[in-house]
Design a protein around this ligand. Structure first.
Ligand code: CP
Ligand code: NVA
Length: 331
């Protein structure tokens, strides 16, 4: 029976079966091929989508805007300062109002409870464009990219280096468990201890069910046999005051040519959700360098090198977000 995701919210991959995730990846693949072939068959004609951004974004915002527009939908963008939500109007009331105007609501911001509350009251699908806890549309793009390179997800070993206790670590872990992959969260114990223990329990059970494997470790030996190394910045949006502490904790986990070599895999791939500190060409990296702190999570050599697929991955944000929109609110 064909899968039907119409009317569903996209809040975390935990809510989706492996089959449903595969369906979204297949759809993303097809929509990408259609776009490349110049085929125009808009699936979102007459639809209206609102984008609520309480944190900054390049890829996610542009992906939603371009994907929706290419499929014939209209998009309204509201940033943190330009609506009544949360200040003069409760989340519940805001969701009820927006649900009367729009066919879908995207939210990027802080707690996962916020997207959940929006979804509970909107009456239309709500899409998680990143919360502190999860970044599920990023994982679809990552998995689409992995499939393009390996032709499969099952059995692939992904080592995530850095802060495994936040949105990217959590979401990759969930995604890998769902798809029967081998996830390694490689980083300092001090951060691993802060991971959501209930989530870890659920993820271990899910991995067992799907033939996946989950490891959380500070052992560099776990790099051996990796198919890919995955990175993220060391202090996420909203945590900027922790930058020096994080740099101290995580500098042993900076991805260098030696990290790639330690995998023993000459075809190792390097992935990153972006944005990345890989040189000193950004305001923040420069400011901290002047204070004697190197905040790069990866060297420029690796980031720009032949193993890096970070820009394929960035492009796939758009195709995979388009799949979510078409699957949930498309014709
Ligand atoms: N990867 C990602 O979500 O990028 P943005 O913060 O630019 O949206
Ligand atoms: N962990 C990062 C992801 C950015 C896409 C953050 O939350 O800032």
């Amino acid at each position: 029976m064909a899968l039907n995701l119409k009317g569903r919210s996209f809040l975390t991959l935990e809510d989706f079966t492996p089959g449903e995730i595969r369906y979204l990846l297949d759809l993303g693949h097809d929509l990408k091929a259609k776009r490349r072939a110049g085929v125009c068959d808009p699936a979102l004609k007459g639809k209206h989508i609102v984008l609520l951004f309480e944190k900054t974004s390049t890829r996610t915002r542009c992906s939603f805007e371009v994907a929706a527009t290419q499929e014939g939908a209209h998009v309204t963008y509201l940033d943190a300062g330009s609506s009544q939500m949360g200040k003069k109007e409760s989340l519940e009331d805001s969701a009820k109002v927006l649900g009367r105007f729009f066919d879908g609501i995207e939210y990027r911001g802080f707690g996962q409870d916020i997207v959940e509350e929006l979804a509970a009251h909107a009456g239309v699908p709500v899409f998680n464009g990143l919360t502190n806890e999860f970044h599920p549309t990023q994982i679809l793009a990552d998995f689409l990219t992995i499939r393009e390179h390996f032709g499969k997800l099952e059995g692939i070993k992904l080592v995530y280096l850095g802060d495994a206790r936040f949105n990217m670590g959590n979401s990759l872990m969930v995604g890998c468990a769902k798809m029967g992959m081998h996830f390694v969260g490689l980083g300092p114990q001090e951060l691993a201890k802060q991971m959501d223990q209930e989530l870890i329990k659920r993820v271990f059970a899910e991995a067992r069910k799907n033939g996946g494997l989950i490891e959380i470790t500070d052992d560099m030996g776990s790099l051996k046999g990796a198919d890919m190394i995955y990175g993220d910045i060391w202090a996420s949006m909203g945590e900027e005051d922790l930058i020096p502490k994080r740099a101290e904790l995580l500098s042993p986990y900076r991805v260098t040519e030696d990290t790639l070599k330690a995998t023993g895999n000459p075809d190792i791939l390097y992935m990153h959700c972006l944005p990345s500190f890989h040189d000193f060409e950004t305001k923040l990296a420069k400011e901290w360098k002047d204070k004697g702190v190197d905040i790069r999570e990866v060297t420029d050599e690796v980031f720009r090198g032949p193993h890096s697929v970070v820009f394929d991955e960035a492009e796939n944000r758009m195709h995979s977000i388009k799949a979510v929109l078409v699957a949930t609110i498309g014709k």
